[in-house]
Ligand binder design. Structure first.
Ligand code: MG
Length: 687
């Protein structure tokens, strides 16, 4: 690259110099031609003058050298300093016509007069005039023919001495600045015009200050070319620097990419893939050494809150900070990985027993639960840890990772911010729980849930007065899943609203086929407290065309305890619609008389647990007795749940309990069985 630059610059410089030199040469040639032309013109002019004088003297039949020479001397007085007359014949005598200045300079032999004379007579080629330089003077020598002698023509020769100043005036031409005479050979022959003696040997030089356009061009061009060269050099340096930087960047990117393979980009920790590989290596190692290891799965609690409250950047900063703290707890052979989101995992090596893993888990809890300084504020998070031990719980990667995940799930469902070791019974329960969790939303949305109805009978057990709707989930793989298994989960996962709405709507739809029966629907506390609950009830009855007066909502005490005012307002609205309200599971909670008096319930349902234990303990019987009387005293309908025996029936009937519900009369049944029981056409054939 640098070589290329130097070569380019060198080529450029040489080209410029060559162009300048050529221009200078050409200028010198032109100047010399001008000088030559100028000299020739002056010599011509002298020759012409001499010729004119010669013609003017031709008044004689035959001019003779002696007489003419004398006359010429008069005519050319002042024009020439020496005059000679001769004939063109070789060896002819030379007659000196004028001897104004008698110096050695005018010795005809040294001036080459004979050659000029013969040239003037046309006997030899060449001009009849020339400049001859003698010792320290230049002499212009010209010759002209004197007309009148055809056979043996007479020739007149004039010589004029030119000193240096006169010579310069003589030769002067435009563009020949500083023209001067030099007697030693000049260094630059391009701007020198040689003056020779009669034999043609150079004796002196007319020298001028050559017009050097090339040099001038370079002089003018030089600053620009210097600046240009600097710019070019700068550009070159820039390009080199840039290329170098890109190269370095490329290689470092490559290096980083190499390093980041198998790494989580945010924390720089190994990712799930690399973690798996390390676990494989560690497992094969412990097979040889007989050591143990622990796989810990970690999940931050409340990470989403941090993200939502402080933004994703804060969330990222938190992840990095957690990764740092975790890293400090581990020994070199251990592996800390991030699986994404708020999930981390650890391979703890050289584990002797569970206590070692437990110690680490405790330290992790202590460390991570200390507040973090994130985005200028103190942020606290919790962490749940699931631990699986190798080789006790498993000898392969997949098993250990799955079991650690199961244990983590257990830790989270036990209330978070704790650790949990995998235990074998955990697996099945949690697996099921996960399945339920994964599929519930889909089941609600795609109508795969179903409602069963448990009829409610009059106190004599003779007639059906209503039915309680109970949701069922027939899972394609798990079979029938009871509500106790998924309703709480729906609450946890924010699915209780869609689930509740679905149940309400379906119960109203089904209930329309059973005129005169009151349909009871269980409402969870979360569902009831939702601000749109009353609206959703109104929507359900309006859409299905079900009479609100036949709808009964079963609420638990939990509904009214938390926000009594809001609950009261909602209940008033519902009652205004004509909807009935029952207090479910009465006797298990606060069972406060105040609630019963304040809130506008129509009914209380005695919890089944009282009836279950009634026969065993006399106390329960007394309580049931009291509840029935209390309800009746407040003007409420009293329903007993869980009636299973005739004795219970008789007892409750005797107490004055209004309604009965339980296996003695009917278990919960599908809607079509309900159709048969009530004596209406099943929905499918009626449609
Ligand atoms: Mg109930």
């Amino acid at each position: 690259m640098a070589g290329l630059l130097v070569a380019t610059l060198a080529f450029f410089v040489v080209a410029v110099l060559w162009a300048a030199h050529s221009a200078d040469k050409e200028a010198a040639v032109i100047a010399r031609q001008q000088l030559q032309t100028s000299i020739e013109q002056r010599l011509d002019s002298m020759t012409q003058t001499l010729s004119d004088i010669a013609a003017g003297t031709n008044n004689f039949a035959r001019p003779e050298p002696e007489t003419d020479a004398a006359r010429f001397a008069d005519r050319t007085q002042g024009l020439f300093e020496a005059l000679y007359v001769t004939t063109a014949a070789p060896g002819a005598a030379l007659i000196r016509a004028s001897e104004n200045i008698d110096t050695a300079a005018f010795e005809p032999e040294r001036l080459g007069v004979e050659q000029i004379a013969r040239a003037a007579a046309g006997r030899i080629p060449g001009p009849p005039a020339k400049l001859v330089h003698l010792d320290d003077v230049t002499v212009a020598v010209v010759a002209a023919l004197i007309p009148g002698r055809r056979d043996d023509p007479l020739i007149v020769i004039g010589a004029k001495r030119l000193d240096a100043a006169a010579l310069v005036r003589f030769a002067k031409a435009p563009r020949l600045d500083g023209l001067r005479l030099e007697t030693s050979a000049p260094a630059d022959m391009d701007t020198a015009y040689p003056l020779t003696d009669a034999t043609g040997a150079p004796k002196a030089w007319l020298v001028w200050d050559g017009d050097r356009p090339g040099e001038a061009m370079i002089r003018r061009f030089l600053p620009f070319s210097v600046v240009g060269a600097f710019l070019m050099f700068g550009l070159f340096v820039l390009i080199v620097h840039h290329v170098r930087r890109i190269t370095i960047e490329l290689s470092s990117t490559q290096e980083r990419a190499q390093r980041m393979i198998g790494r989580d980009p945010l924390s720089g920790l190994p990712n799930r893939f690399l973690f798996g590989e390390r676990l494989d290596q560690e497992l094969s190692r412990i097979q040889r050494t007989g050591e143990g290891l622990a796989v810990l799965f970690l999940d931050l609690d409340r990470f989403k809150e941090v993200n939502d409250t402080y933004g994703h950047q804060a969330g990222d900063a938190l992840i990095v900070a957690v990764a740092e703290r975790l890293g400090e707890l581990l020994r070199t052979p251990d592996t800390l990985a991030r699986f994404g989101g708020d999930e981390f995992a650890i391979i703890q090596t050289q584990v002797g027993n569970m206590a070692d893993a437990e110690t680490l888990a405790r330290r992790i809890l202590d460390t991570v639960t200390r507040p973090f300084e994130i985005a200028g504020t103190s942020v606290s998070v919790g962490i749940s840890i699931g631990v699986a031990m190798g080789p006790e719980n498993g000898r392969d990667r997949d098993t250990l990772m799955r079991l650690a995940d199961t244990a983590l799930y257990q830790a989270k469902s036990e209330g978070r911010n704790r650790y949990s070791f995998f235990a074998s019974q955990m697996d099945e329960t949690i697996r099921l729980r996960k399945v339920v969790e994964d599929d519930l939303r889909d089941a609600i949305l795609s109508d795969r849930l179903t409602l069963h109805y448990q009829p409610i009978y009059s106190a004599d057990g003779e007639s059906i007065v209503g039915a309680e709707a109970l949701v069922r989930w027939n899972h394609p793989k798990q079979g029938m899943i009871p509500p106790s298994r998924f309703v709480a989960l729906a609450e946890e996962r924010g699915l209780i609203i869609p689930l509740g709405e679905w149940v309400l709507r379906r119960a109203c739809e089904d209930g329309k086929r059973w005129p005169g029966l009151r349909i009871a629907v269980n409402v969870s506390a979360i569902q009831f407290r939702h601000r749109d609950f009353v609206t959703s009830v109104m929507r359900a009855v309006a859409r299905t065309g079900f009479e609100p007066s036949r709808l009964e909502l079963e609420l638990t005490e939990g509904v009214v305890v938390e926000d009594a005012d809001a609950a009261e307002a909602a209940m008033m609205e519902l009652r205004a619609l004509g909807v009935h309200l029952a207090l479910d599971d009465f006797g298990t909670g606060y069972s406060s008389l105040i609630y019963l008096r304040r809130f506008a319930f129509d009914k209380i349902k005695i919890d089944r647990s009282f009836l279950e234990s009634m026969e065993a303990t006399g106390e329960s019987a007394i309580l049931v007795h009291s509840i029935v009387h209390l309800g009746r005293a407040l003007g409420l309908t009293v329903t007993a749940e869980g009636v299973e025996t005739r004795e219970q029936h008789r007892f409750l009937q005797a107490l004055g309990c209004h309604q009965l519900q339980g296996y003695l009369f009917s278990k919960p049944i599908p809607a079509d069985e309900m159709d048969r029981l009530v004596g209406v056409m099943p929905a499918s054939s009626a449609a």
